[in-house]
Design a protein around this ligand. Structure first.
Ligand code: AMP
Length: 116
């Protein structure tokens, strides 16, 4: 999908308005429009990278940054010490529906394992 048609690129660019919980030069964070838990936040890379599998190894440090932002938001949302989950879905079987790299922060209820 070309970046100009990407919903997350439009959100990153500010073409679609909404509350930003976090914003820096690498990522933004917003609440998921269809929450799967009481807290469901998306940490979205500013750069359009279609999927985890498309992340070149030299850009892998962004995953550490996305995790750090997810952890900070989890603290801010009061999810610790009860716990939370950070998830990246990749590809159709992974449950990815938006082809732009993002991390889900889920919390506020016990998570099941294995995931559905
Ligand atoms: P995934 O299925 O892992 O690709 O996750 C994509 C997520 O983006 C889903 O949980 C959707 O509910 C969410 N989503 C799609 N469009 C929007 C939007 N405009 N604002 C916030 N979340 C969105």
């Amino acid at each position: 999908m070309p970046a100009q048609d990407c919903i997350f690129c439009k959100i990153v660019a500010g073409e679609i308005k909404g509350e930003r919980l976090f914003d820096d030069d690498q990522v933004i964070a917003i609440r998921d429009i269809n929450p799967q838990a009481p807290v469901h936040i998306l940490v979205i890379s500013r750069e359009h990278i279609e999927s985890l599998i498309r992340l070149p190894s030299e850009k892998a440090p962004i995953l550490g940054h996305m995790s750090a932002v997810g952890n900070e938001l989890a603290r801010h949302e009061g999810l610790w010490p009860k716990g939370y989950r950070l998830v990246i879905n990749a590809g159709p079987d992974g449950g990815q529906s938006v082809p732009h790299l993002h991390l889900h922060l889920l919390g506020g209820r016990p998570m099941r394992w294995p995931p559905g």
